[in-house]
Design a protein around this ligand. Sequence first.
Ligand SMILES: [Zn+2]
Length: 378
Amino acid sequence: MLRYCDESKIITIRKITAFPVAFTMSFQTLAPFCQSIKSIQRSHGRISSSIRHHGTSSKNEVQIVEVGPRDGLQNEPKWVETDVKVEFINRLSKVGLQHIETTSFVSPKWIPQFKDSLEVFQRIEKTDSISYPVLVPNIKGFETAIAQGVKEIAIFGAASETFSQKNINCSIEESLNRFRVVTEAAQKANVKIRGYVSTVVGCPYEGPIKAAAVANVTEELLKLGCYEISLGDTIGVGTIGSMSAMLKEVKNVADPSQLAIHCHNTYGQALPNILTALNHGIRVIDAAVSGLGGCPYAKGASGNVPTEDVIYMLHGLGVHTGINLPELVLVGRFICNYLGRNSESKVTFAMGDLKPMDKNAHTHNHDHSHSHSHSHSH
Ligand SMILES: [Zn+2]
């Protein structure tokens, strides 16, 4: 491993293409985590038939839900111009992602950053093989969504009572009742519903959260008609231990094919926590390019796990994602440049010399050469 830190070796993309093999081998010595490789391969057939898949995605073993434009920008204090939001999503649509959470049809009084959500959703170039879910907090948001032809919505609950009160101004039970109106309307309109459960291992107000509480909300959201529940470590305090204990409990009420994992990287534990979820059979991972995001209700909580780092880990495990990592890195650079901040992605940092228009380096492809992505993906 040390040789990768050797300063005399400038890491180029050409060299990075050799990394996945090396990492696959080193992972195989890391029992019991190497189980994930086998279990991912074993479950491939079953996952292919899951409801999430459409278009070409059934070939992919692990699905990424890119949440940068919504979860990432939601907590961005600087106003992001509509043109930039649209370009950001359009660029993300070209790297092989198949699920891009686009925006939130929430009152601008709550989240001013989304006051242009309607325009953003209307203007993005939509591709049939990509789903563009939109967050809806209530029936009003749903009506906006349906009028725009939104095919998938997301609703959000919490496993912590206090967090629910602070985040959405109501108790967990009240939130479920509120969602029922939305989910009934969505089912009638044939709109897919994804559910979020936040604070699944820890809450900024209540501390550690009981796994049974997470299982309870998960079960209720499934009953409401959600096809998938994304389990969110909203403030990034989880560890392999707490994540594993929580998942064991939740698996009593849900099949892993109904679950997704959503990790923040506050304590640098997001990747091991995601690997833990993979070992529990979960095949859908939420991530935000460049690690965008945070949580306004949790001091010190850092952003989502960077998509680039998740992809690098998955490709190293020999998992197919269909995502072109160098192109994704460039999208991360685009949004970070605009926001005037450094990327939280270590992979982006390591790929320091990546340039969009460098024709001499064969992996420095840009918009037109998707074929390269596959050489990174196996
Ligand atoms: Zn998040």
